[in-house]
Design a protein around this ligand. Sequence first.
Ligand SMILES: CC(C)(COP(=O)(O)OP(=O)(O)O)[C@@H](O)C(=O)NCCC(N)=O
Length: 466
Amino acid sequence: TQSQFLEAKVPQLMSNSNERGNQHSPWIPDSTVQEVCDHYQGLADEGKSNFMSAVASGMGVRHDKILTEASQLQSQVGREDAAILQAEKRLRLSLVPGYSTLFSHISRLQGGVKFLVDLRADLLDHLLSQQSLQNEAELKALNDTLKDLLIGWFAAGMLNLERVMWSSSCDMLEKISQYEAVHPVRNWTDIKHRVGPYRRCFVFTHSSMPNEPLVILHTALTRDISASIQSIVRKQNDIAVGVKSGEENPEEAQAAIFYSITSTQKGLQGVELGNHLIKSVVKELQSEFPSMHLFSSLSPIPGFRDWLISQINKQVKDEHNTSLFTSQELDSFKSALNITSPQALSTLKKVIVTNEWVKSESLVKSLQSPLMRLCARYLYVEKRRKMALNPVANFHLRNGATMWRLNWLGDTSPRGLAASCGMMVNYRYYLENTSSLSQRYIETQNIKASKQILDLVGNGSSNADM
Ligand SMILES: CC(C)(COP(=O)(O)OP(=O)(O)O)[C@@H](O)C(=O)NCCC(N)=O
């Protein structure tokens, strides 16, 4: 079994072996460490899960040893500093699990850090997949240790900021296209446009994973803050067409619009690479365009349409509940839908699910106000464990952005209609406020929103300054 393999290979790391003295980092030959990695990579999924459980349970901290060291420390109270510091050090060492030592050894192998990134991706899948894991607490402790090590190895200072251009390697351009998770790249023309004039594509790479874009940020340079993604990813940017290939007029680059960000390594979830990348790109653009002063995302709103449908389903049973739509709105739907029957809501649901509504001008008109109101509520009011329910909102708010403008028909592609009835939102980065807003959101879940958003939500209280 996996435990027997580990007992045989690295007994000095196993918590039940008396070989696990209190020497901090027992010496393990690289060849043995490599054997452990090769063994793991040769396993099928089931074997990998068993291996991770064996590591989590067999290489964890020794609880009895921790208690012993803790009582030892207790008995030093009142003694001189040296004795207390020594006892504290022994306690600290007893809190280091064997697998932490194993991971440090693996990280020093060629390709070792990449191995650990992939191992964590497997571990996260394992934690997500099976509900009742008998040693779930130990697996979570293993994940925490691995995540903390990765956060150290992928700290902002260890990352390389690279700009991807048409002249970059085909390999990198191909990876950028394949990893794109927000607005799919259809062909080489698409990707050429996204790295062409008035566009910036930046990635972070890391020496342990050469030529691998860890996180990708696509930015459009525009005169003011964009409300529509079609103007960015579809038709040629009219300014770009006007200039000779490759030239840009800095006067036209007053705003940086982040319209797609993708983290490519599942094993680096929680390392917040996207947040670091946005900050680095802002600095990079400010030095390239000193007059640039507008920084904002143009973000999708995944999940809004599904949420709206679920709200309608709840209401269909109770026709007179006007918490969702006012009676005037329902009347205008009926005339736009050309129906008189009371099933306005179920008919409305159908045209929303099929995206049919966007073809009817009168429906588009009658839906704009209620859908914008409900979408603002979805973004600003709906929570999951106290944080914003929408993951993209949560990401930008954690970075310290302001929920700034909801855009009607910001993305009229099938994807945009299916995700959020075509709406998009700008999360605006007021550079002087981001760190304080980030801290406030993380500590108090307070969302900084503009007057437009607050008026749509109907709070009335509005930050008139924005
Ligand atoms: C939004 C992203 C980039 C945030 O990543 P990151 O900043 O590294 O945060 P985290 O994954 O460390 O919590 C990431 O969650 C992602 O790639 N999401 C899927 C694509 C998207 N933009 O929604």
